[in-house]
Design a binder for this molecule. Structure first.
Ligand code: ADP
Length: 168
C-alpha cells in the first residue's frame, strides 16, 4: 500500500544518458515532493546506447546526495508507471518552444487517459537550454569534449560506451 499522504512525483524519460539538464530538473523538482521517482523508460522498440539498467545505475550514482530521489526503470505508459507507484504528478522539462507542442500533446493525452494525474513543466536552467542526450552522443561519437554536458561521474562511462560502439 502507498502512504496516501505522501506526495510522490515521477520524472519519466529516456535519460540515454543523463545530462546536466536532467540533473538540474531532478534537483529542483525533488524539493516539491516527499518523494521523486526518476523513471527510466525501457523501450524495446527504440535502440538506446545504454541499457535501462546502466541508465538507472548512472542516475543513482549522480543523485546520491538527494535523499528523497529514487531511480527505477519501467516499461509501457508513464501514467501506468505513475499509478503503480502512487504518484499523482508527472514532471517534464521544457527547453524551448520546440519541446512545447509535443509535450503539451503528451500531457493532454496522459490527462485524458488518467485524469487524476497532472503534468507539471519546469523550464530548463538557461545554461542547459540547448542540451539533449542525442547531442551529447553525437559530440562523443566525434570525440568532442562532453565535460560541460554530463555529470563528471558518468563522463568516463559515456566515453567508454561510445568507443565500444564505434569499434563494432
Ligand atoms: P524523452 O525520450 O522522454 O523525451 P529525455 O531523456 O530526452 O526523454 O528527456 C526527459 C525529460 O527531460 C523531457 O521532459 C525533456 O524535455 C527533459 N529534458 C531533456 N533535456 C533537458 C534539458 N537540457 N533541460 C531541461 N529538461 C530537459
Amino acid at each position: 500500500m502507498h502512504n496516501v499522504r505522501e506526495k510522490i512525483g515521477i520524472y519519466p524519460g529516456s535519460f540515454d544518458p543523463i545530462t546536466l539538464g536532467h540533473l538540474d530538473i531532478i534537483g529542483r523538482s525533488s524539493k516539491m515532493f516527499d518523494k521523486l521517482i526518476v523513471g527510466v523508460l525501457h523501450n524495446p522498440n527504440k535502440k538506446a546506447l545504454f541499457s535501462a539498467d546502466e541508465r538507472v545505475k548512472m542516475i543513482r550514482s549522480v543523485t546520491g546526495h538527494l535523499c528523497n530521489v529514487e531511480v527505477t526503470s519501467f516499461e509501457g505508459l508513464s501514467v501506468d508507471f505513475a499509478r503503480s507507484v502512487g504518484a499523482h504528478v508527472l514532471v517534464r522539462g521544457l527547453r524551448a518552444v520546440t519541446d512545447f507542442e509535443y509535450e503539451l500533446q503528451m500531457a493532454q493525452t496522459n490527462h485524458a487517459m488518467c485524469p487524476e494525474i497532472d503534468t507539471i513543466f519546469l523550464t530548463t536552467d538557461l545554461r542547459y537550454a540547448y542540451l539533449s542526450s542525442s547531442l551529447v552522443k553525437e559530440v562523443a561519437y566525434f570525440d568532442g569534449n562532453i565535460e560541460m554536458f554530463v555529470p563528471a561521474e558518468i563522463l568516463p562511462l559515456v566515453k567508454e560506451k561510445v568507443m565500444e560502439e564505434t569499434q563494432k
